[in-house]
Design a protein around this ligand. Sequence first.
Ligand code: SF4
Ligand code: SF4
Length: 438
Amino acid sequence: MRRVRAFFGGIHPNDNKQNTNSTPIKVLPAPAVVVVPLQQHAGREAKPLVAKGDDVLKGQLIAEAEGRISARVHSPVSGKVVAVEPRPSASGRPLTCVVIENDGEERWVEKEGHPDPVQLDAQTILQRIHGAGIVGMGGAGFPTAVKLAPPKEATIDYLLLNGCECEPYLTTDHRLMVEHAEEIVLGAKLMAKACGARKIIIGVEDNKPDAIAALREKAGAIEVAVLRTRYPQGGEKQLIQALTGREVPSGGLPFQAGCVVQNVGTAWAVAKALRDGEPLISRVVTVTGSAVAEPQNFLVPIGTPFKDLIEAAGGFAKTPGKVVAGGPMTGGAQFSLDVPVTKTIGGILAFAEGESTTPDSQPCIKCARCVDVCPANLLPLKLEAYGMNEQFDNAREYGALDCIECGCCTYICPSKRPLLHYIRFAKAEIIAREKRSS
Ligand code: SF4
Ligand code: SF4
């Protein structure tokens, strides 16, 4: 077996995956009404192509990408558009959504698949990935076709597939690797062809031996590398460091280290789009946490409300104190269960009251634990102070923009300081100022 590798810094929290990592993915039927946001990706909101009263087919294009960094949106059901209007979203701000009443007939748009899509040329693969509205499904939501087309002068040596799923509680990628290894390997080959990568490596943490075995059975010449379980192993820069020994320069992007990094869930979506002709209209979501009666992994249409998933997981066994969209380290707390699942939401976590309190923070004792765990080699205690005191030039100079917002510093701090909160604040201010002055 290939040697187990890791990266600088990081933490090892209890992964709490035991409730769902052996639970097969269950397909949930589409709800009576789906609410489909037009911004489920990094970049500009897609432009709606339908209006109230229109009939739509399952898989039909309902919003076109706007500008270079954007992604198409398709209907997850057949039925009638009943509204195109702002609705609450898991991000905390209202987003324009296409609301569709499901007719339950599953009438599909004509599908353009290919029995052996690896035979397609690179340009056609890229066009079909763009056409299917595929975005990074690990959470960042960057449009996949854009990421696979770095500047012409860049040479891509590696396509790296992220199968780490290093956030505690989440098991969607784990179950996809166990149950859909063949499609993931196909998606990896297609993406490598699209970006011209010479070598593919799939990185999986060593707490998923069944996923490693399933991938190796289908991988052929593709390397499946075992990585030490450590958060945030799945961060792009951390994965590149662990798998290739290369470093992305400060403020730089993976292509500058000759790499393109994609998530295993994205690879699965790419295979389904090119082989079966299905756009990205559904995803796997882990529903778990101490307040959930029967934690499970569900394959659900995009636009399904959170409350339907909670109900399908047996409802709340205890009164929830906090519901989080995504993982516990980087996800966001929710104020409503009416918000819909999007292309980037891999988990809904509900924690019982008493497990979700905010501790009182104490003065910094200069122990440097936050420095030891920072995978970006930063000084989180300094960045926090600069953010708190609105000294944004100092925060920039000390590398605030290199912070990957992993939350390791906040997790480890014995004084319970809200380090990431102030670092995010500083980053947002720096970016806003730079936009204003450009
Ligand atoms: S400063 Fe940023 S990158 Fe470093 S540990 Fe904190 S959140 Fe992670
Ligand atoms: S871990 Fe907390 S207490 Fe220790 S140096 Fe960092 S901010 Fe200060």
